[in-house]
Design a binder for this molecule. Structure first.
Ligand SMILES: [Zn+2]
Length: 472
């Protein structure tokens, strides 16, 4: 199997770090070999704090390697093509209490790579060939390049060291879903029956197809989806989270017993998948990021047919209502966004942000005679900039979107929204779109000046073809 790994590497151009991983399931250990082609006067390797506890038999194949601080090691006079070898004790990684480092989900280990996969301090990312025993699976957020028997070759995207990532290792199946030109790799953890897994897979497929109605494709060539299936008595879908370390992943808690209808009625999956369309925007840009996902969680489900236009606008209206009721008139949206977690100001921040995207979408469509909306701007951002993994400043991001569609709408609205205290007034926009509140109900009036724009935003569109590529 090592031979297969080497053959896979030979096909690649000289990359930065090259990892070979081989798993020993009984001992729950990963054998790691890390080679770097470029010579250097000094190389420093690192893990996150506490990571030294999970590493055993660490040695440099031809030279000295010295500890140089907490979970750091230095190698002087690194020659081209040198390698390190060690054993990573994955079973130990999941023993701690910090779920951000690792946890055990049934028979499966869920481990943060930064805790056990040594990284050269100056070059993030690299390539990896992973060899697994026959009944064992390895599911990282990395980009899969090729599979050859038990060996799989990946690119490890170069993301900032602190960005969260999780890898599942153990006995489970990873389902590969093709959505247009993109590959989604789905892992369902927890105890489930074959029927429950089929229901959950179908829901994820439909949610991915809905996400692809943003602009006809998923925003990224490869994504990872991890479901944590429990037997909880509660909502069909629980907490969802978007992770960006070493690739893009979405983790969602679900009730294994939920019906397809109950799953489809929930917004969480399409919300999380919508986050793939924007870069990481930091705390300053949390209102932009959450606003886009909150706006699209209803718009894209209407485009895919999961909601009627009436339902989608009613849900958006209900969201704006939650934002208005929890608004904070003493702080600007920019300030509230930075303090969102501390002040638990989620509704106000999310729905002020959604109001920004609706306002910008309508304005762009109005000015372009319906040719350009935020989906066009985000599609062009996808083409030029999305795959460069870095944090974008919030204003830098909207300025780029404006430049891509030749407008000043986004930046102008951005400044007005960021500086505003309290919830944005929507009455004028509602009147133009023909959204009329009638008691608790929302009516759609067809004689409003921008009713056609309202209808175009949520009009049904064909999702890209979706197919199950294979299951391992
Ligand atoms: Zn979100």
């Amino acid at each position: 199997m090592i031979a297969a790994g080497l053959a896979l590497f030979a096909a690649a151009a000289a990359a930065g770090a090259r990892y070979e991983l081989g798993y020993e399931p009984v001992a729950e250990r990963m054998r790691v070999r890390l080679c770097i082609d470029a010579a250097a006067a000094v190389r420093e390797f690192r893990l996150q704090r506490g990571g030294a506890d999970y590493v055993e038999d660490l040695r440099r194949e031809r030279g000295e390697l010295r500890p140089s601080g907490e979970a750091r090691w230095r190698a002087a006079d690194w020659r081209a093509g040198e390698c390190l070898t060690y054993v990573a004790k994955l079973g130990a990684v999941v023993q701690g209490r910090d779920r951000e480092v690792g946890s055990r989900v049934g028979e499966v280990l869920l481990v943060a790579p930064q805790a056990w996969l040594l990284q050269d301090a100056t070059t993030a990312g690299g390539e990896a060939v992973v060899t697994m025993p026959p009944d064992q699976a390895f599911a990282p957020p990395w980009q899969e390049l090729a599979r050859d028997g038990a060996a799989t070759r990946y690119t490890i995207p170069a993301t900032p060291f602190g960005w969260s990532a999780m890898i599942a290792v153990g006995r489970f199946e990873e389902t590969r879903l093709r959505v247009g030109d993109s590959l989604a790799r789905l892992t369902i953890l927890g105890t489930t029956t074959a029927g429950q897994r089929a229901t959950l897979r179908g829901w994820v497929e439909r949610a991915l197809a809905a996400a692809a109605t943003g602009y006809g494709d998923l925003p990224l060539p490869q994504v990872q989806v991890v479901l944590f299936a429990g037997g909880r008595r509660g909502p069909a879908v629980g907490f969802g989270q978007s992770l960006r370390g070493q690739g893009n992943a979405v983790h969602i808690q679900v009730d294994a017993n939920a019906s397809a209808a109950a799953l489809d009625a929930d917004w969480t999956a399409v919300h999380e998948f919508s986050h793939w369309a924007h870069p990481y925007l930091g705390d300053d840009g949390a209102w932009l990021a959450e606003g886009l996902a909150s706006y699209w969680q209803y718009v894209l489900r209407a485009r895919s047919g999961a909601l009627t236009p009436q339902q989608a606008w009613s849900e958006l209206d209900a969201g704006f209502g939650r934002g208005l009721r929890t608004a904070d008139d003493s702080r600007s949206l920019a300030e509230l966004s930075q303090a969102m977690h501390a002040r638990r100001a989620y509704y106000a921040v999310y729905w002020s942000g959604a109001a920004f995207w609706l306002t910008a979408d309508v304005e762009l469509r109005k000015r372009s005679g319906g040719r350009i909306g935020i989906d066009t701007a985000l599609q062009r951002f996808h083409a030029c900039c999305l795959e460069r993994k870095r944090e974008w400043g919030a204003e830098e991001f909207v300025a780029k979107l404006d430049a891509l569609v030749g407008s000043d709408v986004l930046r102008r609205e951005y400044r007005a929204f960021a500086a505003r205290r309290g919830f944005p007034p929507l009455d004028a926009l509602y009147a133009r779109l023909g959204l009329q509140r009638d008691g608790d109900a929302l009516q759609l009036a067809d004689d409003a000046p921008d009713a056609a724009i309202r209808d175009a935003i949520v009009r049904r569109r064909a999702p890209p073809p979706t197919e199950r590529a294979s299951s391992q």
